[in-house]
Design a protein around this ligand. Structure first.
Ligand SMILES: [Zn+2]
Length: 313
């Protein structure tokens, strides 16, 4: 999920108010509800956590792995000219809910979100069993936003879905492939033109997320032409209105090819394919920005996109 906003709320003031918010039933005096001091930094990320993340902490390791994966597959390199992505890991779901009620009282429950305010990129989440997945997904949105600016909704989410998976675990994509096989057995057919026409995240179903992941998976790990087309597309300064489907179809990477590619992945050994070839950034830094998710997170994304449209972004 991502939020775009030109609003610049007084974050420091809000954090100060939260830190001193004694009316909260579970607030522990002496400890900030929202961590106020950085506890670790890795690559383009600064982590704020009350528990004091260390270099060995899982959150740090998964962000390091994400940066490595994005570097290898998209040529991502952190830019020295950009502010780091600020990642706030609250102590618990309870603390996170308090934060949301205070700062975004209108929003439904969720586990994590990314918000962009001008050049500032912020990720909010809390310590949970799915912290790695949530961090990778939201941090991918943040990187993509910094690296490539605005991009089509389906591609933004497809890349976040792709990179939320630990790329070093070949079996991590099995569950998603099983769900796609069920989609196909029920008569579903991929349609990239339909995905490309989506401008509001509330239009996207979980199956649309799986399809977005599928196209990204084929472009990055399938025939080499797909990666070339994707990288050229991402590198174009003006992508508004530009469609990638015709370019892929011209390279015979159409819906029929996608179904055949997914069938191949499901076969024994299909996920143990060749490693992704390394990408060298064309020039300087390449700028990069949520996994199968529970339905409530889809709702949240839709909500934020509505917020984006309300404020004219
Ligand atoms: Zn997302």
């Amino acid at each position: 999920m991502r939020i775009e906003s030109r609003r610049r709320p007084a974050v420091a003031l809000v954090l100060w108010m939260l830190a001193g918010w004694a009316g909260c039933a579970t607030f522990d005096r002496g400890k900030s509800l929202v961590p106020s001091k950085p506890s670790a930094r890795t690559g383009p990320f600064v982590i704020y956590s009350n528990t004091g993340a260390t270099g060995e902490a899982p959150a740090v390791r998964c962000l390091e792995a994400l940066e490595r994966d994005a570097g290898r597959e998209l040529g991502f390199r952190p830019s020295a000219n950009q502010s780091p992505v600020e990642i706030y890991v609250l102590d618990s779901r309870e603390d996170f809910d308090h934060f949301l009620r205070f700062y975004y009282p209108e929003l439904p429950t969720r586990r994590a979100f990314f918000i962009a305010m001008g050049s500032q990129r912020l990720v909010y989440t809390y310590a949970s069993p799915r912290l790695d997945e949530d961090l990778r997904h939201e941090a991918t949105h943040a990187m993509l936003h910094g690296a490539f600016g605005e991009m089509p909704l389906w591609l933004d989410e497809g890349l976040a879905e792709y990179f939320e998976t630990d790329r070093s675990d070949p079996g991590a994509e099995r569950k998603r492939l099983e769900l796609i096989a069920e989609d196909l057995a029920r008569g579903w057919k991929p349609d990239l033109a339909r995905l490309e026409a989506m401008a509001d995240i509330k239009q996207m179903t979980q199956r649309d997320y799986r399809e977005s992941w599928s196209w990204v998976r084929m472009m990055l790990r399938g025939p080499e032409e797909g990666r070339t087309i994707l990288m050229e597309y991402l590198g174009e300064p003006e992508r508004a209105g530009a469609r990638i489907a015709p370019r892929l179809a011209a390279a015979r990477l159409d819906e029929r090819a996608l179904v055949a590619y997914l069938d191949g992945l499901r076969k024994p050994g299909g996920l143990a394919e060749k490693p992704a070839p390394a990408v060298t950034p064309a020039s300087g830094s390449v700028r990069l920005q949520d996994s199968p998710e529970p339905p409530h997170r889809r709702t949240i994304r839709g909500f934020f996109h509505r917020i984006g449209s309300w404020i004219g972004l």
